[in-house]
Design a protein around this ligand. Sequence first.
Ligand SMILES: NC(=O)c1ccc[n+]([C@@H]2O[C@H](COP(=O)([O-])OP(=O)(O)OC[C@H]3O[C@@H](n4cnc5c(N)ncnc54)[C@H](O)[C@@H]3O)[C@@H](O)[C@H]2O)c1
Length: 406
Amino acid sequence: MKESRIEVAVDPPYEVVVGSELLAELGVFIPSGTQRLMILFDPAVAGPVPALVDSLRKDGFEVHLLAIPSGEEAKSVGVAAAAWQRLGEAAFTRTDTIVALGGGSVTDLGGFVAATWLRGVRVVHIPTTLLAMVDAAIGGKAGINIEEGKNLVGALHQPSAVLCDPLMLETLPLPELISGMAEVIKAGLIADGGILDVVWSGPQETLQASGPLLTELIRRAVAVKAEVVAEDPAEYGRRAVLNYGHTFGHAIEQVEHFQWRHGDAVSVGMVFAAEVSVRAGLMDPSLLGLHRELLSAVGLPISYRGGRWDQLWPAMRRDKKNQGHTRRMVLLEDVAKPVVVRDIPEELLREAYQAVSAVPDASPYPTRVGYALESPYGLASYIPPVPGREASFPGSEEFVQPQEDL
Ligand SMILES: NC(=O)c1ccc[n+]([C@@H]2O[C@H](COP(=O)([O-])OP(=O)(O)OC[C@H]3O[C@@H](n4cnc5c(N)ncnc54)[C@H](O)[C@@H]3O)[C@@H](O)[C@H]2O)c1
């Protein structure tokens, strides 16, 4: 497989490399000046670790290892403290480098430990889930969970390199792979219609770790994230568009006590956002149909149970992406035309929820899209990335709610 290198043009810039057999070349991607390496890894992906350690030692590095708990449990103060202790014992200096090998839980923890040790050491991410390859490992957001909530303690700390080897996904359970596809399709919807074409050309084939379609999707989704992050590294503006589907998705995650996979919640959240976009007069209903078609074609959920508005609504009002009293939500006018909208009336959101909680076929909108895909990139007319724009929901003044402290 030919290797692709996608630059994330922040200061300093770094590369996301997509290709096979990257672990064997890890030494090449370790920042210069490094003497010691601390590899934080998820035991679920421990298979290649012994060979990796051998090759890094041959390259002259002093290598330390720390296995951390699989999944969300990695993101705790206790695990971070264990890592700090090991770094202390290894006399880890400012010029040494942490390697995070695992899914988004490990890259979030590894990034956080790197950000905090000696006020910041370098970190190289080797994501092993689709979600981490196209999202979590890129962009520098790192953090851990505390009892009061998820991701509440964190830092913005860009990695020195991100290595994505799609073959690492061969052992990933299918539901995890499918969950990651939600972020891939999100990248298509907000910025690159070509992604939607690739998914549409073979929804089942895209789920094969060693297949060319998945590699193409990873490259394209990485390019979208890299471009948005470079334009707005600290999330003052455009980066908000990456939250398409996340307002309702985060609310589902909270109501379900984080028992839903992130991507699954975002999938339903995107259908919700599309329902809102159509009701707001911004989106053509056929694009809502496209959401349902594409997401279900790869096995993602597109509906959420009814009768939960009283829990979902407060969760949406507490969303971290809100600013002060202003609620913000990303909607779509068209493929690659995201728009950030403020203070959408509750009534409209509730209607959208009712549509999402009805059986999918009962939607008033067509689920079968009218887009004929004549060429592999038949949606090309939708491609040009458009910067996220701030807009007020038309007529929102009429619906201004009395604001409470959130
Ligand atoms: N920093 C960001 O910008 C950002 C963005 C999105 C999500 N996140 C975070 O990412 C986390 C979720 O990440 P995730 O979805 O990658 O899940 P994860 O890291 O929790 O991994 C999911 C499961 O897959 C297993 N696993 C990982 N790679 C495997 C492989 N190759 N083979 C077999 N099993 C494997 C893990 O052990 C775990 O059981 C959340 O904590 C979320 O908050 C961060």
